[in-house]
Every structure is written in structure tokens, then in C-alpha cells.
Design a binder for this molecule. Structure first.
Ligand code: TRP
Length: 337
């Protein structure tokens, strides 16, 4: 008896810097778990990265280091397809077709473009503007049905659905599925260690604001010790974290890393000073990240091996993409080449 095919997952991360604890708890840890129930494609989105200016040497280094990090965290390149976006030309080809499906009015509503372009809209790249079309192409090139993303990508996923629907209706086909966002459990939204109202981010200038997956145990300990808090001790219940964003963030990190609820963490540290709690949090963080960092370091000492793994992933991705791209090109009216 054939097992039913597993639903297909697609997700990606941009190689614009080193990955940090926010990426790990918010995305990658979930990606690892999804491998059990889904047929997964995980991608290092270098085409997306160049929508903003990147240093070529840094882009190359970050692409390998993000791949090493995913492998170190437990993405299994046998079970899942791990690859680099620019290695599969179908992403760019389908994105062009979607540039001709998506309407300017839809793109003008994208809040991430407005945030990223800021006051210098005239100077933003055309690529940054059509970024969501490329993201739709990523997903639909494999007819993926499920996409784990954070809240900040939800609007882009809506656009992906609009593009799929519009393509299907324009050509009178059922080519593309409607993609479902996968909102995963209580995915920890990890905030900056310096400002509890901002997301932990690789683009934040202060390195003390984040824990990089490349940080040493000493760096992790120092950053957690110096993390901003308020003068009050820990509350016995999560309600006592209201209006205390920095305290809430540290409790959230402890809970996510220790696979506990914030309530259980508060109960355990009820009335403790933050100095005590931070020591425990630093120990837990170091213990959780050390195996990943160790494996990442080992992999990065042999970049040729990483490149081989990524090349094999790209080959498998191309095989899945080829029939979809052929179908789309035929539907659109391109002659076979
Ligand atoms: N835009 C996503 C981010 O910055 C990365 C990404 C690119 C992505 N293509 C994707 C995520 C396709 C999900 C599906 O986080």
C-alpha cells in the first residue's frame, strides 16, 4: 500500500547576516520538527537578499553559514531539500511571469516595502518592490501548500494566494494551490535584548541586542547578563509580566528553550532577582545552542562539503520545478524551447 503523499512545505531565510536566537526559536526549530510530517523544501534566499545592497564576499559567506546553521540545527538534507535560491533558475523565471500577474495596486499595499523603503522610496530597488512576487514564485514553483512564516510575512502570503487565484482564473486552469500559512504553536517572538519593543534582528546595529548562533558561551553569558530588565523581581505568574516587555522577553526565551510554558517558568522563579534568573537563562541558552554551534563550526571548516550538499539539494529542487515550469509556460502560451 502506498502511503498518502505528505503535504509540501516551503520556507526560506535570507542570507543577509548570521542567524540569531530569534531566527532559531521563531523559525528554524519549527522547520526541524516539520520534517516528520511534511515533505519540506528549505531555501537560502539569496535572490531576495540582493533586493537591498549586499557585499558580494559577505553574501557568499552568509549563504554558506546560514546553510551550515540549518544543517547544524537538524535540517536533514536526506529527508528535506536544502538549497540556494539562485541555483534554481525557475525561481526567477516564474517571478517574471508573476510580475505580469500581480497588480501595482496589490504591491502598493505591502507594508514591508513601505517600512524598508522608508522615506527614500524613489531610491529603493525595483527588486524590493516586486519582492513578494518572487516569494510567491518560490512557493508556487513547487506547488507547496503550507508555508511556515512569522507574522511579518503574513501579508506576503496573502499576496501569494491572490497571485495563484488570479493566474488560475486568467488562464482558466487549476494550476496553483491556495497556500496556507502554518502558524506554529506559541512560536516565540524573540525581542531585542536592549529594547523589549523591537524584534531581535540581524540588521540592528548593536550586536548586544541579539544572540547570534555563532556566539561563544562567554559572549552569550555577557549579553544575557547585560540584557535590559526592570528593577522588580520575577512574578509568580505571567500576568505579572504585563507592561514589562524586557522581563517578558527573557521569560519567553527561557520557556521556548526549555520547552516549558511561561507560567511554569514564572512558578519556578517566583520572587527571584533577575541576576539569579539571568544566570539560569544563560546556562540554558549555552546548553541549547552549543551542539548547533559545534556542528556549524565543524561544517564551516569544510565549505566544499556544504557546497556539495547544496548542489545535491538544488538538483532535487530543479527536478520538482521542471514539470511545473513547463506546465506554466505552456499555459501562458510560450512555445516549447
Ligand atoms: N521573505 C522571507 C523573509 O524575509 C523569506 C522568504 C523568501 C520566504 N521566500 C520565501 C519565506 C518563501 C517563506 C516562503 O523572512
Amino acid at each position: 500500500m502506498n502511503a498518502a503523499p505528505k503535504p509540501r512545505v516551503y520556507s526560506a531565510v535570507q542570507p543577509t547576516g548570521n542567524l540569531h536566537l530569534g531566527n532559531y526559536l521563531g523559525a528554524i526549530k519549527n522547520w526541524v520538527d516539520l520534517q516528520d510530517g511534511y515533505d519540506c523544501l528549505y531555501n537560502v534566499a539569496d535572490l531576495h537578499a540582493i533586493t537591498e545592497q549586499q557585499d558580494p564576499a559577505a553574501l557568499r559567506a552568509h549563504t554558506r553559514s546560514v546553510a551550515a546553521c540549518l544543517l547544524g540545527a537538524g535540517i536533514d538534507p536526506e529527508r528535506s531539500i536544502l538549497f540556494v535560491q539562485s541555483h534554481v533558475s525557475g525561481h526567477a523565471e516564474l517571478a517574471w511571469i508573476f510580475n505580469c500577474v500581480a497588480r501595482l495596486g496589490w504591491l502598493n499595499r505591502m507594508t514591508q516595502f513601505k517600512d524598508k523603503a522608508g522615506k527614500h522610496r524613489e531610491n529603493a530597488s525595483a527588486g524590493l518592490y516586486v519582492y513578494p512576487n518572487l516569494m510567491a514564485a518560490d512557493i508556487l514553483l513547487y506547488k507547496a501548500s503550507h508555508v511556515p512564516v512569522g507574522e511579518d510575512q503574513r501579508q506576503h502570503l496573502e499576496l501569494c494566494r491572490d497571485i495563484a487565484q488570479s493566474f488560475n482564473s486568467q488562464y482558466g486552469t487549476q494550476t496553483f494551490p491556495l497556500v496556507e500559512p502554518l502558524i506554529l504553536g506559541v512560536a516565540a517572538r524573540v525581542m531585542s535584548l536592549r529594547d523589549g519593543s523591537r524584534k531581535m534582528s540581524k540588521s540592528e546595529p548593536s550586536d548586544a541586542s541579539r544572540i547570534n548562533l555563532t556566539d561563544t558561551a562567554e559572549q552569550i553569558q555577557t549579553k544575557i547578563r547585560k540584557a535590559r530588565t526592570d528593577p522588580d523581581p520575577l512574578p509568580g505568574a505571567p500576568g505579572g509580566l504585563d507592561a514589562r516587555p524586557e522581563a517578558r522577553n527573557l521569560v519567553g526565551i527561557y520557556a521556548a528553550l526549555g520547552n516549558k510554558t511561561p507560567a511554569a517558568v514564572c512558578a519556578k522563579f517566583d520572587g527571584a532577582q533577575f541576576s539569579t534568573f539571568k544566570e539560569a537563562l544563560a546556562d540554558l541558552t549555552v546548553a541549547a545552542l552549543a551542539p548547533i554551534t559545534r556542528e556549524m563550526d565543524r561544517l564551516l571548516r569544510d565549505p566544499g562539503h556544504i557546497d556539495t550538499v547544496l548542489a545535491a539539494g538544488a538538483e532535487r529542487a530543479r527536478d520538482l520545478a521542471a514539470p511545473v515550469l513547463a506546465e506554466v509556460k505552456h499555459t501562458v502560451g510560450f512555445l516549447p524551447g
